[in-house]
Design a protein around this ligand. Sequence first.
Ligand SMILES: C[S@@+](CC[C@H](N)C(=O)[O-])C[C@H]1O[C@@H](n2cnc3c(N)ncnc32)[C@H](O)[C@@H]1O
Length: 245
Amino acid sequence: MQHDEHHDRNALSFGAIADVYERGRPGYPAEAIAWVLPPGASRVVDLGAGTGKATRVLTTLAAEVLAVEPDPGMRTALARVLPDVPVLEGTGEAIPLEDDWADAVVVAQAWHWMDPVAASREIGRVLRPDGTLGLVWNLRDETVPWVARMSALMHQPGERVMGVEHPAFAPPFARHERHEVRWVHEQSREEFLAMVASRSYVSTLEAAERQALLGRIEDLLDGDPALSGDVIAVPYVTYAHRASR
Ligand SMILES: C[S@@+](CC[C@H](N)C(=O)[O-])C[C@H]1O[C@@H](n2cnc3c(N)ncnc32)[C@H](O)[C@@H]1O
């Protein structure tokens, strides 16, 4: 992904909305997270861990889980939810771990914030030789008409831009496999609106613009009997990629 000014401003926009993020964003299906790990993985790093949405799944799959996250607001939110998981300050380009420490490094919804060449090299350094790099993204399933209408309202910059189907890997990673999991995330209306507000291109709008957009999303919900109840079923596709040397 391009590293332009808009991108750099947004990269650390999450801390300010860590609570909204935690309330609104979906977790990850265990099947997708388990798939990116090598057999018998014991030491796993969640890189760009945010509030720990993937970290909490990893703690059910591996004995030693470490979170690395650059944003202090996100680190605080993660420590609140997962007090037993060490959370270190760091980035994909500079990971505060020794060489060959990890069996797997997992990057959930965050690879597009990193420089793929520098981060591939740095992850290669902390991974043992037969370790894996797992990249995971949740995307709302836009083949469902109301989801497509909502995305159009949000004027999002095209989630495909993030490279979820063909992410850029660099050396030392040479081999790459992909897996998709379809699932439904049930949210209350309040959580659903938090999910919309937590997207970086919404949270960085001027307040009036953001309120207007949230109003248009509420109108969309009110106009569809399937969406106007207490629980909103949001269809997702989780894209999982497993890379190795
Ligand atoms: C969309 S959030 C994903 C958080 C979490 N992994 C999840 O799945 O919910 C993106 C995260 O990447 C972090 N981030 C931004 N630039 C980064 C970088 N260069 N290296 C590591 N993490 C970065 C942000 O602070 C934010 O917490």
